[in-house]
Design a protein around this ligand. Structure first.
Ligand SMILES: [Zn+2]
Ligand SMILES: [Zn+2]
Ligand SMILES: [Zn+2]
Length: 146
């Protein structure tokens, strides 16, 4: 799937075209989301925006993130620490998450292809390996445990 990286103004225009009033709070939330590299943690976004703009409700932050997902700007994955967002164009990977130290290691979909095919052989199931993390032990933690 070809996705282009939208900038802040394009995303703001899109929200407005969906009838959303762009309050200063909402603008600050969207700006912080667009500024964040890699994983976008809802609670971190809420904390940062509340630091800049006291009085922003955490539920406004969560609602805005949901809306950005509906517009296809973001997509969520479930990690060991809870749900986090990615920019949609950065979301195509499997999370290998260590349940001991919390280290998160991305596995490309190309690397995961054999696993996907193995699952498909089971009654044609099409697995979305990007949605939930695979939890276990990273190499260092596995070595310590043995
Ligand atoms: Zn990720
Ligand atoms: Zn989900
Ligand atoms: Zn570990």
């Amino acid at each position: 799937m070809e996705r282009t990286r939208r900038d802040l103004n394009e995303v703001m225009d899109e929200l407005r075209s969906h009838g959303l009033r762009m309050t200063p709070q909402r603008r600050a939330i969207v700006a912080e989301v667009m500024r964040t590299q890699g994983h976008i943690s809802p609670s971190t976004i809420a904390r940062t925006v509340q630091g800049e703009m006291p009085g922003v409700n955490a539920s406004t932050v969560y609602r805005t993130l949901t809306l950005l997902e509906q517009l296809g700007v973001l997509s969520h994955s479930h990690l060991e620490s809870g749900a986090e967002y990615h920019r949609s164009e950065d979301a195509e990977h499997v999370h290998l998450t260590c349940g001991r130290c919390g280290k998160d290691d991305p596995l490309s979909l190309a690397e995961a292809r054999t696993l996907q095919e193995l699952i498909r052989r089971h009654h044609g199931f099409e697995a979305d390996l990007t949605h939930f993390a695979i939890t276990g032990r990273c190499e260092a933690c596995a070595a310590e445990a043995s």
